[in-house]
Design a protein around this ligand. Structure first.
Ligand code: NAD
Length: 365
């Protein structure tokens, strides 16, 4: 079975779907792997590292047009779909919007969206959302640290004592917990808030303070995700957070509701109450942002507060982001391929949830 890995074409996309190490293991496992020339270069994996691992290097049209499975990071651009072989499979990390899925079905691809992977224990090795959120949470703190005008740790020096920076993390899921750990390593005093009470212990175990707000409704789904809050509770939350951000030197916001626009947690008025020199890194920028003022993909300054809305942050650390992504993809392939064939058991939640199109049919909309 042939796996093709094209070079990513998305703007600012530096990751590659398979690294030499992981691709080499797939080759040893009996797959034929072909990578587009130069596909790994921006993640620091040159072609000869792939060749040394037993991977073939080819041109784009053969990688896309002659593979049984095409593995990529972002989904194919619609203009290129015609080059994908009808009946081939696609494994990528794309948002399954109805129009896009329709186009994948039209091309008769068996397409798997890793965004839809269920967060069950069995799927953890394939969990691209978690691996890439880990990278983003880490990088968000570094971005904030390099934007703020202050040092993060407390320093006692002959030139005076510098107090530790105060970092507030909003949303303590995978990215938020990694942001907490990173800010702690840099010596900041960290606090965090989430609507799911279950995360309190996780926050505390990382040495951060959990900010408590009485939430009367149950804010967590059976699957462990947050639910949208009622208007009343959301209003209370905004007031609670407007007070909390006043003291913060850095706010990292990561709050998300799967499939929905991100909740607003920091209003424009709350930003006005913040200290000059404070920094907000809004990791929810891709789904609208947690701060009312966030402009996705750019940085703005309001009343001396910098508000950063970075997009695709994981791609800015392409080596490790690709390494983790590749391991996730390889685990996924190990699950869906058996005896050299795709095993399309739609009773299996991993396959059922991720497979958006098959044999010309839209399976998820
Ligand atoms: P996410 O990206 O969907 O959301 C980030 C965080 O924002 C979440 O912690 C959420 O509770 C929080 N949030 C949402 N609305 C909020 C609001 N109004 N105010 C404050 N915070 C708000 O979350 P995620 O990082 O993808 O993780 C979601 C869950 O999945 C977690 O419980 C995580 O532990 C779990 N998970 C399970 C597995 C597994 O078992 N395989 C793997 C990864 C994650």
């Amino acid at each position: 079975m042939k796996i093709g890995v094209p070079k990513e074409v998305g703007a600012n996309e530096r990751r590659v779907a398979l690294t030499p190490d992981v691709a080499g293991r797939l080759v040893k496992g009996g797959f034929d792997v072909v990578i587009e020339r130069g596909a790994g270069v921006s993640a620091f994996f040159p072609d000869d590292a792939y060749t040394a691992a037993g991977v073939k290097v080819g041109d784009r049209s053969s990688v896309i047009g002659q593979s049984d499975i095409v593995a990529q990071v972002q989904g194919p651009v619609p203009g290129e779909l015609a080059s994908y072989r009808e009946g081939s499979a696609l494994v990528a990390f794309f948002q399954p919007t109805p129009e896009y899925i329709r186009q994948l079905a039209q091309r008769k691809l068996t397409a798997f969206s890793l965004v839809l992977l269920p967060r069950i224990t069995r799927a953890q090795p394939m969990d691209v959302l978690s691996s890439q959120a880990t990278v983003a949470g880490y990088k968000a703190v570094l971005l904030a640290a390099s934007t703020t005008g202050r040092l993060l740790p407390m320093l006692v020096t002959a030139a005076g004592t510098l107090p530790a920076a105060r970092v507030l993390v909003l949303g303590a899921g995978v990215a938020g917990l990694q942001a907490i750990a990173t800010a702690r390593r840099l010596g900041a005093i960290v606090s965090a808030f989430d609507v799911r009470p279950a995360v309190k212990e996780q926050v505390q175990s990382l040495g951060a303070t959990f900010l408590e707000m009485a939430i009367e409704e149950h804010a967590e789904t059976a699957g462990g995700y947050a639910k949208e809050l009622s208007e009343e509770t959301h209003r209370k939350e905004l007031a609670f957070l407007a007070a909390a951000v006043k003291d913060a030197d850095i706010v990292i916001s990561t709050a998300a509701i799967p499939g929905k626009k991100a909740p607003i947690l920091i209003t424009a008025a709350a930003v006005q109450g913040m200290k000059p020199g404070a920094v907000i890194v809004d990791l929810a920028a891709e789904t609208g942002g947690n701060c009312e003022l966030t402009e996705p993909g750019t940085e703005i300054v309001r009343n001396g507060v910098s508000i950063l809305g970075p997009l695709n942050l994981a791609s800015t650390l392409p080596l490790h982001a690709s390494q983790m992504y590749a391991k996730n993809v390889s685990a996924f392939l190990g699950h869906v391929v058996q005896d050299g064939k795709l095993r399309l058991d739609f009773e299996d939640p991993i396959i059922r949830d991720t497979c958006v199109t098959h044999a010309g049919e839209v399976r998820k909309s």
